[in-house]
Design a protein around this ligand. Structure first.
Ligand code: GLV
Ligand code: GLV
Length: 332
């Protein structure tokens, strides 16, 4: 019998065809699966390709009696209990590298859109309110020569920093540890504690993965440390920011603007944010280029094929999972 692969959404490109040659591929159609549908799919699956909106906690993972791998169609994997998966002998894979440049572009798209008030201008033109050139129409903020603060200097943070060179910017970064000095030098980036970064940056861009430890990493207190003309960009995960506190800061103009691609309770958006003209809001499309979304599918399919062949997937986050769990009590 062919192995069964559950895919929780149709994917762009034709990579699933490679999988269909060796497996029965069960693609869930018609939106996100409900918890019951997810459970049914997982219960029968030898492998799964999941989206970042599918909660894959211990309970759900343990329904997969035959499950060898969960390949998450995202670089972030805070929707998956990786420790539980490891105990259960299930590999978890993600899609690193292929979305680094697309996501860094998105951070920059938002940075430029907020500082130059692109969305406000678009609304003004469409509303028929463009009544001629004016010296003071929609004055924004200069980007060139300012200070960019990068919170989380992983692959995406580094790619965002690289782009700053073309804008003659000074780059500060915070994160778990300073970069290798050669790399920091190449990126012309200076390590700073978060508080100094917030106090000195004109633009603060978040690129840290989400975990409970950094929920509301940027809350009311941190927003107060930011300059009144600073702009916050978030293309990482919504819950890094206290959205209520951010809406409040934007409303009272204690910071100048925000560009958000991610939200705390997607697809819900804090209603107060919707009222803020100085925020540019995007529907979690950071990695949404044709090229990247195709390559993400390719990585997920590669990972599933490797796992079905008993090989450690190249993108496994828990390579050790294959050796553990499998015999140790997942049956029953
Ligand atoms: C998207 O948010 C991802 O983690 O890939
Ligand atoms: C994700 O790819 C990161 O390391 O930023």
């Amino acid at each position: 019998m062919k192995p069964n692969i559950f895919v929780t959404r149709p994917l762009p490109g034709d990579h699933l065809e490679r999988l269909a040659r060796i497996a029965d591929v069960n693609v869930h159609e018609g939106g996100d699966p409900s918890p019951a549908e997810l459970e049914r799919g997982i219960a029968e699956a030898d492998g799964a390709i999941t989206m970042l909106v599918n909660p894959m906690g211990r309970g759900m993972l343990s329904k997969g009696k035959k499950l060898k791998i969960v390949a998450n169609y995202a670089v972030g994997y805070d929707n998956i209990d990786v420790a539980a998966a490891t105990e259960l002998g299930i590999w978890v894979a993600n899609t690193p590298d292929v979305l680094t440049e697309a996501t860094a572009d998105m951070a920059w798209a938002l940075l430029l859109a907020v500082s130059r008030r692109i969305a406000e201008g678009d609304r003004l033109v469409r509303e028929g309110k463009f009544d001629g050139w004016k010296p003071d129409l929609l004055l924004g903020r200069q980007v060139y020569g300012k200070t960019l603060g990068i919170v989380g200097m992983g692959r995406i943070g580094q790619a965002a920093a690289r782009r700053a060179a073309g804008f003659g910017m000074r780059v500060l970064y915070s994160g778990r540890r300073p970069l290798d000095p050669v790399l920091a030098n190449e990126l012309r980036a200076e390590y700073a504690e978060l508080e100094r970064l917030l106090r000195e940056s004109d633009y603060v861009s978040l690129h840290a993965p989400f975990s409970e430890a950094n929920r509301h990493l940027i809350g009311a207190e941190q927003l107060r440390m930011m300059k009144p003309d600073a702009i916050l960009i978030n293309t990482a995960r919504g819950a890094l920011v206290d959205e209520r506190a951010l809406a409040d800061a934007l409303k009272r103009r204690t910071i100048a603007g925000a560009g958000l691609d991610v939200f705390e309770r997607e697809p819900l958006v804090e209603p107060l944010l919707l009222q803020c003209d100085n925020a540019v809001l995007a529907p979690h499309t950071g990695s949404a280029t044709r090229e990247t979304r195709g390559e993400m599918a390719g990585l997920c399919v590669d990972a599933v094929i490797a796992a079905l062949q008993g090989e450690i997937p190249r993108t496994a986050l828990n390579p050790q999972a294959g050796a553990s769990g499998r015999e140790a009590g997942r049956k029953g």
